[in-house]
Ligand binder design. Structure first.
Ligand code: GLN
Length: 308
């Protein structure tokens, strides 16, 4: 088994690195086992390879952002979404309280301001908050080809401390970027972030992006092809927040991280990659996840700007 052996060896190499800290601002996440470690590859023809804790569930957190963005674009079309959320890298932290000067839009859909707005745009023909969450969970499940569920404990734990996201949502409401109750949108967004996935699921979700929106297992076209191009472009420029430039040069794969320790990369036409390790660096990206992706990229020549 060449690929599983390779993955296991890579995990062994990064395992001794215990630097970084699990996210502390969501108490339930701080309680997670920091030693968990996993990596998985899913090819566009539906083969999945994994090593380590690939079947251990954790919350998707910000990795939900590119998928919710894809659903909003698919449900509403490009213009209404682009009118409300830009596509410029912010160079700021994921939870920065900021809007684009002049337009008052969030800079991009990968930071919280943009993602909270995107959540409000999922679903065709103004669905209510509960229907919208159902559309998100259903859509994320189609990307994974497995029915996913919300971790109610993590969701409640985050909502109790969601002052910053509530501040962002109220700011969006005051600029009429949000046109409904701010708390309700943050509640839905937090449920979106609390969807439970495994590293194997994330690799498959990434593979669906790599496979122009068609899930490699079910064959379902989850979102249209032009939507996937848009999503991967924004992941490339904004997916790693204020580390996006370093990532683009060092790793060169459209990617997204989450504060529970997950990390995905989608290589168009080739593979979806996912890693899981809860300790985070100062940008909120998984320390061992970043190391693993650096290694995968250099070992296999995965940088998208490199001629194969
Ligand atoms: N739910 C988290 C938040 O909004 C997601 C952040 C992240 O994963 N970077 O703060």
């Amino acid at each position: 088994p060449i690929i599983p052996d390779y993955l296991a060896e890579a995990l062994g190499d990064v395992e001794p690195d215990t630097s970084g800290e699990p996210a502390a601002y969501i108490p339930e996440l701080a309680a997670a086992d920091p030693e968990r470690l996993a990596a998985a590859f899913a090819t566009v023809d539906g083969r999945v390879y994994g090593a380590g804790d690939v079947d251990v569930p954790f919350t998707i957190q910000s990795i939900s952002k590119p998928f919710a963005y894809a659903l909003a674009l698919a449900d509403r079309g490009f213009d209404p979404v682009l009118a409300k959320v830009g596509v410029e890298p912010s160079g700021e932290a994921f939870n920065e309280i900021s809007l684009e000067s002049g337009t008052g839009r969030p800079l991009n859909p990968m930071i919280n301001a943009g993602a909270i707005t995107v959540h409000s745009l999922v679903g065709a023909g103004n669905p209510g908050p509960a229907e919208r969450v159902e559309r998100v969970v259903h859509g994320l499940s189609a990307f994974a080809d497995r029915r996913l569920a919300v971790d109610e404990e993590v969701c409640a734990s985050e909502m109790e401390h969601a002052h910053r996201n509530l501040a962002i949502a109220h700011m969006l409401r005051s600029h009429d970027v949000l046109t409904e109750d701010a708390r309700g949108v943050v509640d839905g967004y937090t449920r979106q972030c609390s969807v439970l996935v495994t590293t194997r699921d994330l690799a498959m979700m990434a593979a669906t992006l790599a496979n122009h929106g068609v899930n490699p297992l079910s064959g379902e076209q989850v979102v249209p092809k032009p939507v996937v191009r848009q999503v991967l472009s924004v992941m490339f420029s904004c997916g790693m927040y204020d580390a996006a430039g370093d990532w683009a040069t060092q790793v060169g794969i459209p990617a997204k991280s989450g504060v529970a320790g997950g990390l995905i990369g989608a290589l168009p036409g080739r593979i979806g990659i996912a890693t899981f390790s809860p300790r985070l660096d100062r940008h909120g990206n998984s320390v061992r996840g970043v190391s693993l992706f650096e290694r995968f990229s250099s070992d296999m020549g995965l940088h998208v700007m490199e001629v194969p």
